[in-house]
Design a protein around this ligand. Sequence first.
Ligand code: AMP
Ligand code: MG
Length: 374
Amino acid sequence: VVAGEDVPPFANSAMDGYAVRAADTVSAPVRLDVVGTTAAGEPPGVAVGRGQAVRIMTGAPVPPGADAVVMVERTRSAPDGAVVVEVAAAPGDHVRGAGDDLRTGQAVFPPGTVLSPGHLGVLASLGCEEVAVVPRARVGVLSTGDELVAGGGPLQPGQIRDSNRPTLLALAAGAGCAAVDLGLVGDDEDALAAAVERGAAGCDALITSGGVSVGDFDYVKAVLDRLGRMQWWQVAVRPAKPLAFGVVGTTPVFGLPGNPVSSMVSFELFARPALRRMMGHTDLDRPRVAAVADEDLRRSPDGKLHLVRVVATVAGDGRWHVRPSGGQGSHLLHAMALANALAAVPDGTGVEAGATVETWLLRSGQDEDYLRSP
Ligand code: AMP
Ligand code: MG
C-alpha cells in the first residue's frame, strides 16, 4: 500500500484556542484583535495579519498567515473582541502539519502485513477502500474412528465422543483459516477415501485425526497413498509421534494422530506453520521464550523431545515462569486445555526446579483468536 494523499490532508489545529503569528507573541502577554472563528470541517477562513488572531477549534484548518496555535487556557478575552495571549508561542506550536502521519507516495504497509484494527484505520484515513489480500486457506477437518460419536447423545459400550474435530476446527480458525467441518468417518478404507477425495476437492488443505498409527484399522496412510503421494514419520517428539502427510491433487493433507493431546500438539508443530505459510505469512512459529521451571520437569531418556503442557506466566521478577498444567498423558485433554504453553524438555533426565527451559507460548490470557468462528 502506497499513500495516495497526505494524512492529515492539511495543517490543522491540535487544540481549541487562537491561531496566531508566533512573532506577534514574543513579548507576551500581548493583546491581539480577533478577526474570525474557524471550526473543524470548514475551509480555511479569514487570514491572520499582524496583531491579529483567529479563534480556532481542534481539527480546523490553520488560517493563512498563522503559524502557531495558543491553547484557550493560555488566553483571556479582552474588551472590543480582542484576546490577551499570556504566553509566547513558537512557530508550529499545536499545529499538526499536512502529511505528518503519511506523505503522498510513502510506502505504508509492505506485502504480508496482517491487517489489525489500527491498519484498517490507516487504510480508511487514506480513503483506501480495497487492498489485495491473500485469501484465508479453506481447511477441512475430518475425524476418523469407529468408536467416535458426535454430540451429547448416549454412548454405547466402547464408544467415546469426538473431541478432536471441534478442537482442530478452532485451531484452524485461530490460525486464520476458514475451517470447514467435514464430519466423522468410520474405520472403513473406501468411506475414508471418498471423504478425503471430496474434502480435498473443496479445500485448500485437509486435517484428519486418528488412523495414522500401526493399528489394524489405521487406514489414513493407505488412503493417502492410494489417492496421491504419502509420507509417514515416527517423529521423535512426545506427544505427537505418528504423522502422515499426503498431497491429494494439489491439496496437502495432514494426517494427525488420534490421541487428543497429540493431535493438538501435532497441529502446532506441523500444520499451523504450513497453513500460515500458505496464507502468505512469513512469521510462522509461536513465540519462544526462556522460562524458569517452578517445579522439577522430570523425564527419562527415550531419544525424544518432550513437550510438557505448562501454564506460563510472567512473575514479579519480570521473567517467564512455567509449571505443569496437569497430567502429561496424551489422552489428558483437560490438562492441555489448561495449558497456555509447551515447555520443550530435551532428551535426558529433565529440568530441575529453578533451571530455564525453552517454552513455546501458545496463547496469552486475553488472546481470543482461537475462539474466532470460521
Ligand atoms: P488412533 O490413532 O485412531 O488409533 O487413535 C488413538 C486414540 O485416540 C484412540 O484412543 C482413539 O479413540 C482416540 N481418538 C481418535 N480420534 C479421536 C477423536 N476424534 N476424538 C477423541 N479421541 C480420539
Ligand atoms: Mg482410530
